[in-house]
Design a protein around this ligand. Structure first.
Ligand code: LAC
Length: 296
């Protein structure tokens, strides 16, 4: 809903279509959003349907379907349930929208993005996962709470996995252009990284049912808007590693330059050896979970 709202508000698309197995819900949300056209000043058409086929061809497809966590669950606990859902959707999207770019939001994010890529048969540059934008935004918001700078003046990268192996290389983090570790004491900074890593679970714990949706929805929309604008912006995203960073053939969070047709290139940051090691470790953990999924 939040992603659809941001995409409609942007007033750059002809149409935004919500798809839900509960067609009435999709149609209801679509109508509610349609009613905001004057308030949001957009002319984007919004509709809600029950199947990928009824939605028709699309340039961009955001997959959010799947079960969310309940309190105490890790994202990985969802892997086989959500793989069936995401795989089915990706296969259908490949038929109805063979030229689309797919943005995966369903958890466990890195594994589901890899699985959607395999299921769609798409080239890897047209299947990306949304996690780094969200995790980075959380880090920026939490770092801003210290008073170091406004959230949008904090620059950082959340890479690795969307979970335990999230890597936020502090060597690359700045506040209003100054190294963040010169502005915030080391212990406090480590606590912020830990809190960012656990933010999804923190929200799940408070909500009791369902998981975060505002920051995730805005993050997914931001990626789609950047691609549609062909901005060439570099964003952290789950992408198929291509050998950069010494990682290959597995989806993991890396800095990616996004363009109209998806990932233009994976961008190399000047990471410290410890940060690089953590990133490679994250990729190995994702690879192991994928292997278990395939074996199941
Ligand atoms: C989160 C879920 C959406 O991080 O993964 O909130």
């Amino acid at each position: 809903m939040i992603a659809a709202m941001r995409l409609a508000d942007a007033d750059v698309f002809d149409e935004v279509v919500l798809v839900d197995i509960d067609e009435g819900r999709a149609a209801g949300v679509a109508l509610d959003l349609t009613h905001t056209a004057a308030l949001g000043r957009f002319s984007t058409r919004i509709s809600g349907v029950g199947t990928v086929e009824a939605a028709g061809p699309a340039d961009y497809v955001i997959i959010t379907a799947g079960k969310p966590r309940t309190p105490g669950m890790s994202r990985s606990d969802l892997i086989s349930t959500n793989a069936a859902i995401v795989g089915d959707i990706a296969r259908r999207v490949a038929v109805t929208s063979p030229r689309a770019v797919i943005v995966v939001v369903t958890n466990p994010l890195d594994e589901m993005t890899h699985h959607a890529w395999l299921s769609s048969g798409f080239p890897a540059e047209r299947v990306v996962g949304m996690a780094g934008v969200l995790d980075t935004a959380r880090f920026q918001a939490l770092a801003a709470l210290t008073g170091a700078a406004r959230a949008d003046k904090i620059q950082a990268w959340a890479l690795g996995s969307h979970g335990e192996e999230m890597v936020i290389p502090l060597s690359q983090a700045t506040a209003a252009g100054r190294p963040l570790n010169a502005v915030i004491p080391a212990a406090e900074l480590d606590a912020i990284v830990d809190r960012a890593r656990g933010s999804g679970a923190e929200v799940v714990g408070l909500l009791k049912s369902g998981s975060a949706f505002m920051a995730p929805g805005m993050s997914a929309a931001r990626m789609v808007l950047a691609m549609n604008a062909d901005s060439g912006e570099i964003m952290p995203a789950a992408v198929l590693a291509d050998g950069t960073y010494g990682i290959r053939d597995v989806y993991v969070g890396l800095p990616a330059r996004l363009g109209r047709a998806g990932v233009r290139e994976i961008v190399q940051l000047d990471l410290q050896p410890g940060e690089l090691a953590m990133l490679r470790e994250a990729a190995e953990r994702i690879r192991e979970r994928l292997a278990r999924l395939e074996a199941a």
